[in-house]
Write a protein that binds this ligand. Sequence first.
Ligand SMILES: CC(C)(COP(=O)(O)OP(=O)(O)OC[C@H]1O[C@@H](n2cnc3c(N)ncnc32)[C@H](O)[C@@H]1OP(=O)(O)O)[C@@H](O)C(=O)NCCC(=O)NCCS
Length: 278
Amino acid sequence: MALPLEGLPAALLPCALADAPADSLLALSDEAGWNQTEADWRRLLRCGRGFGLAAGNRPVASAVLLPYDAGIAWISMVLVTAAWRRHGLARHLMREAVQACRARGRTAVLDATPAGEAVYRGLGFKPGLPLTRWHRPGAAAGPPPTAAAATPLPAEVVARDARAMGAPRSVLLNALAADGQRILHPQGSLLLRPGRRAWHLGPLVAETDEAAHTLLAAGLDLLGPAPAVADARDGSGLEPALAAQGFAAQRPFRRMHLGAPPAAEPELLWLTAGPEFG
Ligand SMILES: CC(C)(COP(=O)(O)OP(=O)(O)OC[C@H]1O[C@@H](n2cnc3c(N)ncnc32)[C@H](O)[C@@H]1OP(=O)(O)O)[C@@H](O)C(=O)NCCC(=O)NCCS
């Protein structure tokens, strides 16, 4: 029989998120008003490693560690159901994720909500890039774009993204591209994917202001009136274009890291892939 976890309520036991029913995972992200689909959870748990705590047979808290190809391991899906908050569950799962990250010799990076930031600062994470979630309600009946061909992304797209992030992540980018849409430009790229509430625009990586604006316009054209979200680097200059297309700033995120700071070129990163992927 599994023993109670030190310092945590006795009713809680570790659980394997990868084996949890989809509805129990979606219940966690839906409760927080997040946008992840079952495909997002499955992609994260296939490419990464989940850490969970269950009460009975339902997970009540989660965290996921997603190693990039090298250098960085991304941490996300830090969620605790409301009834179990402020019992140290997020801190416990984060310590496990950070330990696994250190064992791989990676820098841990994440995009924190204000509530999450309080937990991560206590664990030694350092604040970096400020980001803002932009949301456009759109028309529910927006036509869903058709699925893209699952061909690998061009090497220059993966290489430019690696410069923007400070680490390569070809496995993740190709998994995202296979489940969504891609728009390529000689000086940049934009991926789009369906979410539970809205389409997600990003990552948008570009060498120039002009390329970034062209890619954003092409992405919005592709989506038509569908609901959409985009996580923009503060001060990127895309804000007026987003506002003109009906987006409004919804909430802030803060990129944070623990370990050697990634040698990123943030000016290449206009829209992120979202807090779940980086
Ligand atoms: C953020 C969240 C994961 C925290 O989970 P939790 O299990 O309640 O956090 P913990 O109990 O482990 O908190 C550890 C410490 O972080 C700080 N902290 C946690 N939540 C906080 C909050 N809402 N405001 C201020 N400080 C907070 C406290 O210092 C806390 O220690 P204390 O309770 O001894 O004072 C949870 O509130 C949640 O799921 N929120 C919605 C989704 C979300 O924003 N997730 C974070 C994504 S980056």
